[in-house]
Design a protein around this ligand. Structure first.
Ligand code: S3P
Length: 214
């Protein structure tokens, strides 16, 4: 399945697939009127989850993989496997830039993948053109939570080098703000506040299946 698709980058309720013949028209979807000004040739074969640390990408991703009967992969785990090092060791030894290069390589590789649910590290979508490349082969859902919720969920964990700060909540707020414009370019934004993993996964699986119907 390969076709011309136009997506409103600010859309919060999912990308809209339209035919090439509709390409220059304005289309109404739900309550949104779109001035389609972005054209992306896409061949959606995977489902990727992006979003900040602690929003639940791994839990929701595992549930989605089960629902869609896809393989679950996690970019952090793949990097740890490839390097034989834990993420904090990579940050401390080789540095964050080296880690981002490993992420970018995986994103480039993902264009050849199919039938995978890809949980990404929290910074992956906010670096370079990773999100753009990821979207070439994957429907991208961004999971969302407030800084306070993220802080609550992560405060007793120690495996995230970027949150080892004197003021973790302040760090979360600042990082989230700097990444927000990237995250909002996902095909769909889904709040994870006060909703179960099953409910969130069900919602995303539905939207993913819609992309496979055309
Ligand atoms: C990072 C998020 C982490 C991991 C690394 C950097 C980030 O992944 O990739 O510590 O920059 O937000 P999780 O989002 O799975 O915690």
């Amino acid at each position: 399945m390969r076709e011309v698709e136009r997506i409103n980058p600010d859309c919060r309720c999912g990308g809209v697939r339209i035919s090439a013949s509709q390409a220059n028209s304005r289309v109404t979807h739900k309550n949104h009127r779109y001035a389609f000004d972005v054209i992306v040739a896409r061949d959606i074969k995977n489902l990727a989850l992006v979003g900040f640390m602690g929003v639940g990408k791994s839990s929701v991703g595992r549930q989605l993989a089960q629902d869609l009967e896809f393989e679950f992969v996690d970019t952090d785990e793949m990097i740890e496997l490839e390097t034989g090092m834990k993420i904090p060791e990579i940050f401390a030894g080789a540095g964050e830039d080296a880690f981002r290069k490993l992420e970018a390589k995986l994103v480039a590789d993902s264009r050849a993948w199919s039938n995978k649910v890809i949980a990404t590290g929290g910074g992956l979508a906010a670096h370079g053109n990773n999100l753009e490349v990821l979207k070439e082969g994957s429907f991208v859902a961004c999971l969302w939570a407030s800084p306070e919720t993220i802080h609550d969920r992560t405060k007793h964990q120690t495996h995230r080098p970027l949150l080892r700060a004197d003021d973790p909540l302040g760090k979360i707020r600042a990082l989230l703000e700097s990444r927000e414009s990237f995250y909002k370019q996902a095909d769909v934004l889904v709040s994870t506040e006060q909703r179960s993993v099953r409910e969130i996964a069900g919602n995303i699986a539905h939207q993913f299946r819609e992309t496979q119907r055309v």
